[in-house]
Write a protein that binds this ligand. Structure first.
Ligand code: NDP
Length: 401
C-alpha cells in the first residue's frame, strides 16, 4: 500500500469555508483543442468547493483510504525540519500545486528512497528537478490544460488593470478621495496598442483570443509557428525571436514554461530593448525574469508597469522587492487556482492516481517525465535540467510571516 504525501496551501485565516459565494460552477467537459477535461471514475467533492487548501485535501482522502493507502497532508514544506521532509523518506507519491510548491530538489530525491510518482496538481513542474527525476526513474505528471483558460483570464485582467491604472484608482476610493487627476495621469486605452505573447501555447493562444476584441495588434514568438489559419483569424504577427517581439510591443505577456532555455530570459539587456513605458504581465514563472532588473526598470520608467502572480521562491519572503516596487499589480500565485480550476485539477490528480494504481498508462498529455526521459507534454515544451536552485529561500517566509 502506498504512502501519498500531499503538500497544500493553508486554509483561509478565518477557517475552512462553511459556505461559498456561488452555488454552482459551469460544467466544462472539453478544452478548446477537443481534449476532454479529467475523467476519473468518480470524485468525492462538489465542484466549486475549496480543494487546494489543507482541509480540502484535493478531495482525495476517501478514495485513497478506501483502497488501503495512507494520505498525509501538510502545508509545512520548506526547510530540513519541515513536516514534508520528515514524511518524505517512505513516500511513494508526492503531490503539490505550483501555487505552494513542494520543491523537489536533488537532495530531496536522495532522501526519498521509495518515490515513484510526483504529481503537479496544476500545470508547470519546474519545482521538481526534472533532471533528478529522469536520473532516478521517477515519473512526473501534471494536469495539462486544467487551468490554462483560468490563467488567460487573469492575464487580460492584469493587462487592463495596468494600462488603465485600476489598482491605484481603487486605492483612492478606499482612502476616501475623488482624485481624478491622480488616477488618470497614468491611465491609457488598450485600443490600438501592440500586444505580444512570448509563447503561444495553451495559455498564450487563449490570451490572444481573449484580447482580439479590444482592437489591438497582436504579436507572438514561439519555438513552433501556429497554423496559418490561426494566424490569419487573429491577425497575428509572428516574430522569429523574443528581441524582435519586445521591440515593437506596448504590452508583453510571458507564457512559456520555466526550463533552462527560459530562465532569466527577461534580464536588463532584454528589458532595455523594449519600448520605454512598456508593460510586462508574467503569469508563467517568476524565474523567467531577473527579479532586480524588473525593479530597476520600474524605477527608471523603462517599464510603466509589471504584474503577474508568479514569484521565486514561493511563498515569497516578506522582504521580496516585488512587494514594494512601484507600479506593480502583483497577486500571490492564484490565477490557476480559482475554485473552477481546482475542480478540474483535483479531478485530474484523481485520474492520474487511478491510472497509476491500476497499472494503466497515464494520459500522454499529462506526462512530463517518464521512464527516465522527458515525455508527453514535457517532451514538447521542456528541456532537460534543473530550475529549483535557490528554492531553499522559501523557508524564510515562515520566519518573516
Ligand atoms: P503549453 O505547454 O501549452 O505552452 C507552453 C508554450 O511555451 C509552448 O507553445 C512551447 O512551445 C512554448 N515554449 C517553450 N519553451 C519556449 C522557448 N524557449 N521560447 C519560446 N516558447 C517556448 O503550456 P500552458 O500554456 O498551459 O502553460 C505555460 C506555462 O504557464 C506553464 O508551464 C506554467 O509555468 C505556467 N502556468 C501558470 C499558472 C498560474 O497559475 N500562474 C497556471 C498554469 C500554467 P512549443 O510547444 O511550440 O515547443
Amino acid at each position: 500500500m502506498a504512502k501519498v504525501l500531499c503538500v497544500l496551501y493553508d486554509d483561509p485565516v478565518d477557517g475552512y469555508p462553511k459556505e461559498y459565494a456561488r452555488d454552482d460552477i459551469p460544467k466544462i467537459t472539453k478544452y478548446p483543442d477537443g481534449q476532454t477535461t479529467p475523467t476519473p471514475k468518480a470524485v468525492d467533492f462538489k465542484p466549486g468547493e475549496l480543494l487546494g487548501s489543507v482541509s480540502g485535501e484535493l478531495g482525495l482522502r476517501k478514495f485513497l483510504e478506501s483502497q488501503g493507502h495512507t494520505l498525509v497532508v501538510t502545508s509545512d514544506k520548506d526547510g530540513p525540519n519541515s513536516a514534508f521532509e520528515k514524511e518524505l523518506p517512505d513516500a511513494e507519491i508526492v503531490i503539490s500545486q505550483p501555487f505552494w510548491p513542494a520543491y523537489m530538489t536533488k537532495e530531496r530525491f536522495d532522501k526519498a528512497k521509495k518515490l515513484k510518482l510526483i504529481i503537479t496538481a496544476g500545470i508547470g513542474s519546474d519545482h521538481t528537478d526534472l533532471q533528478a527525476a529522469m536520473d532516478k526513474g521517477v515519473t512526473v505528471a501534471e494536469v495539462t490544460y486544467c487551468n490554462s483558460i483560468s490563467v488567460s483570464e487573469h492575464i487580460v485582467m492584469m493587462i487592463l488593470a495596468l494600462v488603465r491604472n485600476y489598482i491605484p484608482s481603487y486605492g483612492w476610493v478606499i482612502k476616501g478621495g475623488w482624485n481624478i487627476a491622480d488616477c488618470v495621469e497614468r491611465s491609457y486605452d488598450l485600443e490600438g496598442m501592440n500586444i505580444g505573447t512570448v509563447a503561444a501555447g495553451r495559455i498564450g493562444l487563449a490570451a490572444l483570443r481573449r484580447l482580439k476584441p479590444f482592437d489591438v495588434k497582436l504579436h507572438y514568438y514561439d519555438k513552433h509557428r501556429l497554423p496559418n489559419e490561426v494566424e490569419q483569424e487573429l491577425g497575428l504577427t509572428f516574430h522569429p525571436n523574443v528581441e524582435s517581439l519586445v521591440k515593437v510591443c506596448d504590452v508583453v505577456t510571458i507564457n512559456t514554461p520555466l526550463h533552462p532555455e527560459t530562465e532569466n530570459l527577461f534580464d536588463d539587456k532584454l528589458i532595455a530593448k523594449m519600448k520605454r513605458g512598456s508593460y510586462i504581465v508574467n503569469t508563467a514563472r517568476g524565474k523567467i525574469v531577473d527579479r532586480d532588473a524588473v525593479v530597476r526598470a520600474l524605477e527608471s520608467g523603462q517599464l510603466a508597469g509589471y504584474a503577474g502572480d508568479v514569484w521565486f521562491p514561493q511563498p515569497a519572503p516578506k522582504d521580496h522587492p516585488w512587494r514594494t516596487m512601484p507600479h506593480h499589480g502583483m497577486t500571490p500565485h492564484i490565477s490557476g487556482s480559482s475554485l473552477s480550476a481546482q475542480a478540474r485539477y483535483a479531478a485530474g490528480t484523481r485520474e492520474i492516481l487511478e491510472s497509476y494504481f491500476a497499472n494503466k498508462p497515464i494520459r500522454t498529455e499529462y506526462l512530463i517525465v517518464d521512464k527516465g526521459k522527458l515525455a508527453g507534454a514535457g517532451a514538447h515544451s521542456y528541456t532537460a535540467g534543473d530550475a529549483t536552485k535557490g528554492s531553499e529561500d522559501a523557508a524564510r517566509f515562515k520566519k518573516s510571516a
